[in-house]
Design a protein around this ligand. Sequence first.
Ligand code: SAM
Length: 263
Amino acid sequence: MSTLPSTNPYEDPESARLYDAENSGREDVEFYRRLARKLRGTAARGADAPFTVLDIGCGTGVLCVDLAADGHRVLGVDPAGAMLEIARTRPGGERVTWILGSADAAPEAEADLAVMTGHAAQQIVPADAWHALLASAHRALRPGGVLAFESRDPRRRPWEHWTPESTRGDFPHPDGGVFTSWVELLAVDESGADGVVETHRGITEREGSARRSAEETLIFRPLEVLRADLEAAGFAVEQVHGDWSGGPVTDATAELILLGRRA
Ligand SMILES: C[S@@+](CC[C@H](N)C(=O)[O-])C[C@H]1O[C@@H](n2cnc3c(N)ncnc32)[C@H](O)[C@@H]1O
């Protein structure tokens, strides 16, 4: 069995096909659906304007189609064509406007809510790219619109648990049978002022096929950095939650879920 060279997991069609199987049973989708329903009642938009949600880094579009089924106008943007192809062809995908690109490709001042889910915010590692993304999200929102996203809390040091043994799992393959996946930690850099930067390799294996591997680098920004970055981009941070039931951030919670309002 050969090992394929590293690929960007979101650009590779075969890896993109496995994404939903590896990411089922999520709690975040219901959190963001509830948030959209709640904001829809209070959004300051014209009487005829639909409540519009922009999903930045929408991936395979799981949340987008649910939001569209809830009656919102939904724009899903993602720079990875392989992920967007799965999103487009998902049942209900015809109700969503799909845009190949990032937040800067979204129309100006149309969104009432912009979201970044599946820890997509942690993939934008260089500080200038992160600040540019927040500026684009701000531009895409109507005045009074809300940006909501989550990032893993670095105080919990989750990368220390990302060993092959603790991450190994079997999942149904879209073509039948199962595939196995696991993660190998490659590097951790704790020297940066903006947060801990971690690189890991995700590996998938299926009987009779070549083993596939792809490297991914994530940044774990502390809450104070996320707050300051949002404020610098023109958002008022209105809520911070530590879990998907909307509880506060504590020493025991794993997520930093932030809601910032465009002034
Ligand atoms: C972990 S996936 C999350 C996908 C989806 N939001 C979810 O919750 O399942 C991260 C996604 O972010 C996208 N992404 C990476 N860099 C991005 C950027 N600069 N702007 C927008 N999306 C980006 C990737 O292509 C990928 O589809």
